[in-house]
Write a new protein. Sequence first.
Length: 319
Amino acid sequence: MNEIEIINYIRSMFRNKNIKLDDDVAYLPNRLALKVDMLVGSTDVPPGMTFFQIGKKAVAAAISDFGVKGVRPIYGMFSFAFPRSLSDRNIRDLIDGTKFAAEKYGFRLVGGDVNESQDLAVDCILLGKYKRQVTRGGAKAGDIIYATGEFGLTKAGLDHLLLHQPLGKRVRKLALREVYNVEPPFKFAVQAIESGRVNSSMDSSDGLAFTLNEMASLSNKSFIIDSLPISNYIYEMLSQYNRNVFNDVMFGGEEYQMILTVNEADAPFIESLAKKTRTVIHKIGYVTEGEPKVFFKNRDQTLQVIPKLGWINLESRVK
């Protein structure tokens, strides 16, 4: 079983009439929300990442999901499993990274656990408050689809580190910055949700194609993508190294960005908020009635189906 199959089995075994098990966070009564996210050394830590950066990433992964659901964290807990091979300095640096992130995103540590294992593992558990619920499946026909951040760099950086694929100095610096310094657009995301103008949203860390397909399926709508969330400057730099930039953008994963849909009338507000919060944002398509799939509109106006592929644990990574 892969990650998705295991999750679906768990959902079938633990049914809850009042709380959905198919979204980024668990919305609870009294405007509270819960989130848990696990970082594992062998699958989530690329070569060259410092232990301080590992600690920050463990928090940022959970914060990314809170942000796209409009949840502000209040309290947090950590479970750490450390291999004996780690030095005291390694462990302190990792914990310092989690503390730095906790202070940055404004939550207090109220407990946790420490254990020993063969592989590094960090669980981040967050409790927060929200003003408005937004699901993955609320997209409406006529909505504009937006993506924050620059896609493509993370996959290029990971391919450079893991597969030793060449990158020039400029693009390597940009790509490794995206890989090592996980910075979800938390401020923009929460304010966008709280504004009441977002109809659906999701964190993109499993890959853009996977995220868009998940949202289209749960919304029972067609998502038409007519532009990639990547600047011309970065597109041209990646193209110089014979990369399939389309695949880098669509099937990478690990971006921790926000995918959202909004009514066309609310698009100016969203774009203004992005400028105010200094968030890179791209208008990438629109929502229509039709088959719940994702289509890319080519230059000749033909539609190409985008498969639901991305970063799935316990399964071969998309190349």
